[in-house]
Design a protein around this ligand. Structure first.
Ligand code: NAD
Ligand code: MG
Length: 286
């Protein structure tokens, strides 16, 4: 086990692009089989161009949902690819580029999605950013803190506030948390703190929105092979990425998507709110 290599050394600039990854991740393109769990539903997935967001978009579409995705303008190529899979499942794909660290852009996103989809039933707050290329806490810059907190927390608050106008009884909000909320890495002090805050926000909003019939939950992934990793980790860390989990490997985006399907499905999770579902390769989420 000691000299096992998880992934080859590689490096990209943020936000990272799928096609440049070695190996290219598995988003369930060839494996995910739907069974109508989200028939007729409309979903907005932030960061839906790549990684976990793309796998969720593919799964939702195959379960019968129309899907709008948010992403950064420079990720157009990845967004087009996600849209291709959603349309391939016979569903509508709406592409909404924009930088969510800008308040006006973030607040406008749910309205655009609802307009184009004819409503909104599911909000997946998945967009996120981390920076792990640093030696110590003293190296953390204000620019990094701004980008991490604005992407992971401010944008989540802005998008969720604006989405509430469109979410009716039976709607589901799913936030992307992380194992980092429970086992924070020293190199991810700012990122990990946002993920702990996201868990707290999930419980808090579930309490307020429960009486409206809106459920709020989170998924906490462990190490998952997505563009976020080669674009923000030091290359040598990728060689060991995920090997420290009980299952002994990193996960693929395709392995995380079913947790989002479960929490989105009004039939499967009708009595589930304020929970954090771990998909961690065996690391504890309590
Ligand atoms: P990813 O890079 O494929 O997805 C993140 C997406 O966030 C990007 O594609 C981008 O579109 C979006 N984004 C980032 N900054 C943005 C901004 N300013 N405006 C608009 N969109 C922006 O990587 P991923 O790993 O699939 O990440 C998805 C979520 O999963 C994130 O919240 C991440 O924190 C979380 N997560 C990932 C892992 C992992 O190991 N990959 C583990 C736990 C949690
Ligand atoms: Mg991306």
């Amino acid at each position: 086990m000691a000299d096992k290599t998880a992934f080859p050394r590689q490096q990209q600039d943020p936000p990272g692009w799928t096609r440049q990854m070695d190996p290219v991740p598995d988003h369930g393109e060839e494996s995910y089989q739907g069974s109508g769990k989200l028939a007729g539903r409309s979903a907005l997935i932030t960061g839906g161009d790549s990684g976990i967001g793309r796998a969720v978009a593919i799964a939702f579409a195959r379960e019968g949902a129309d899907v709008a995705i948010g992403y950064l303008p420079e990720e157009q190529e990845d967004a087009d690819e996600t849209a291709r899979w959603v349309r391939g499942a016979g569903r509508t794909a709406v592409l909404l580029p924009g930088d969510l660290t800008d308040e006006d852009t973030a607040r406008a996103l749910p309205g655009k999605a609802a307009d184009e989809l004819g409503g909104l039933d599911i909000l997946v707050n998945n967009a996120g950013f981390q920076m792990a290329r640093r030696e110590s806490f003293e190296d953390v810059t204000t620019d990094e803190i701004d980008r991490v907190l604005k992407t992971n927390l401010y944008a989540m608050l802005w998008v969720t506030q604006a989405a509430l106008e469109h979410l009716n009884e039976g709607a589901s909000i799913i936030n992307n948390s992380s194992i980092q909320a429970y086992q924070p890495s020293t190199s991810l002090v700012d990122y990990a703190s946002t993920k702990a805050a996201i868990n707290n926000m999930t419980v808090n909003l579930a309490a307020e929105l429960g009486p409206r019939g809106v459920r709020v939950n989170a998924v906490a992934p462990g190490p998952i092979w997505t563009p976020l990793q080669p674009s923000t980790q030091p290359p040598h860390k990728l060689e060991k990425f995920g090997l420290d989990t009980p299952l002994g490997r990193a996960g693929q985006p395709a392995e995380v998507a079913p947790a989002f399907v479960y929490l989105a499905s009004p039939a499967d999770s009708s009595y589930v709110s304020a929970t954090v579902l771990g998909v961690t390769g065996g690391k504890p989420v309590f």
